[in-house]
Design a protein around this ligand. Structure first.
Ligand SMILES: [Zn+2]
Length: 91
């Protein structure tokens, strides 16, 4: 095993959380853990900063992308959007 797993019993402190996940820090080993629904990613603090920067850059560019609309089902009224030309407009 590498040093990455050296601290087997992390006592993480929450840094942030919302409806899709959470970020926590282990003050003993400095590992930052990003938890999403089914996955948990562990980073050294510097690597996490780079990931956060990457996500922020991507988010800044999202302003140029039309809002997401599902192409298939899953609407409250049961309508199936397949074949709905208005649902997908390439740009
Ligand atoms: Zn730890």
């Amino acid at each position: 095993m590498s040093d990455f797993h050296a601290h087997a019993a992390c006592q993480c402190t929450s840094l942030a959380e919302n409806e899709i996940g959470a970020v926590a820090l282990c003050p003993q080993c400095g590992v930052v853990t990003l938890r999403l629904q089914y996955i948990s990613l562990r980073f050294e603090a510097e690597a996490f900063e780079r990931v956060a920067s990457l996500v922020l850059q991507a988010q800044a560019r999202l302003g140029h992308v039309p809002p997401f609309r599902p192409l298939v089902g899953d609407r409250a009224d049961g309508a199936d959007l397949r074949g709905d030309e208005a649902a997908f407009k390439p740009h």
